[in-house]
Design a protein around this ligand. Structure first.
Ligand code: HSE
Length: 297
């Protein structure tokens, strides 16, 4: 028995929601083939498109799958083949796609003993290996689709958030690698009450905007004064790309996950495509190679 799955890229944080908000990009992602095997345990048999460790204990997909099998013992095992399209260190959830894909596929082959939401805790172990922190804001949307909110980590409480049908994401990836662990190491461990007030106002505003199809409110809420100022200096041309996106009709823009990708949200496909063109021009002028995608959410 085997299963072939598509494991999507994701945008985490969405400006104001560091470590708690994320959304799924269903037209960019990796493919994985998972096969049941008579041999117990997890084996990563092949990885195409990236130079990543094959040992299960050192591979995010392997670690996530092993965490799952700790909770669901079997007298057989699984072989995993990974076809990477999402580059490591791109800011669109490369490690999350592998971790989420592994546990999703194995759950299917086992006849779904776990609900999809319950797979998040296992996939988070892959994130812990990749970045040193078991954040769930990429694996939750990769598993559940659409927008997700991590209302609480302890206990884990994941909420699927409605979003308007005309909402599109544009994501541009300058071809440099930024490790999540490095992008986390520049953050401060304490914030002021004043910043916290601004931030939770915006998180509430963004969720309210998504539920009421209030595009202006979504745009006003896509603001981050805690993480973005510290990380944006690591991304060449960030301010210019962000301002250009907004100037060309995007509702708002910011760092995708831990960067270096930059995302913008727009109302309608045409606007999202115009925004893509405008963002591309900035990197063209800087002679910085990039990849760009437009996705409906
Ligand atoms: N919330 C995580 C971070 C996402 O910003 O570090 C990493 O993709």
């Amino acid at each position: 028995k085997e299963i072939k799955i598509f494991s999507p890229a994701t945008i985490a944080n969405l400006s104001c929601g560091f470590d708690v908000l994320g959304l799924c990009l269903d037209n960019i992602g990796d493919e994985m083939i998972i096969r049941k095997s008579d041999e117990k345990g997890i084996r990563i048999t092949k990885i195409f498109g990236a130079d990543l460790p094959l040992e299960a204990e050192k591979n995010v997909a392997g670690v996530a799958a092993l965490a799952m099998l700790n909770h669901w013992q079997t007298d057989f095992g699984f072989d995993i083949e990974i076809y990477k399209n999402i580059k490591a260190g791109s800011g669109i959830g490369s490690s999350a796609a592998s971790s989420a894909g592994a546990v999703f596929g194995i759950n299917e082959l086992l006849g779904r003993p776990f609900e999809t939401k319950d797979l998040v805790q296992f996939a988070m172990q892959g994130e812990k290996l990749a970045s040193g922190s078991a954040h769930a804001d990429n694996v939750a949307p990769a598993l559940l689709g659409g927008f997700t909110l991590i209302r609480s980590y302890d206990p884990l409480d994941i909420i699927k958030i409605n979003s308007p049908s005309e909402l599109y994401a544009t994501v541009i990836h300058p071809q440099i690698e930024l490790k999540t662990s490095d992008a986390r190491s520049v953050l401060k461990q304490n914030i002021t009450l004043k910043s916290a007030i601004v931030q939770w106002g915006n998180v509430g505003g963004l969720i309210a905007g998504l539920y009421t199809n209030d595009y202006d409110l979504i745009g006003r809420s896509l603001h981050d004064e805690i993480v973005e100022p510290l990380r944006s200096v690591l991304i060449p041309g960030f301010d210019q790309v962000k301002n250009t996106a907004i100037h060309n009709g995007a509702l708002g823009a910011g760092i995708s996950g831990s960067g270096p990708s930059i995302f913008a949200l727009s109302r309608g496909k045409e606007t999202a495509e115009n925004v893509a063109l405008a963002m591309s021009k900035v990197f063209d002028e800087m002679k910085l190679p990039y990849e760009i995608h437009v996705s409906q959410i």
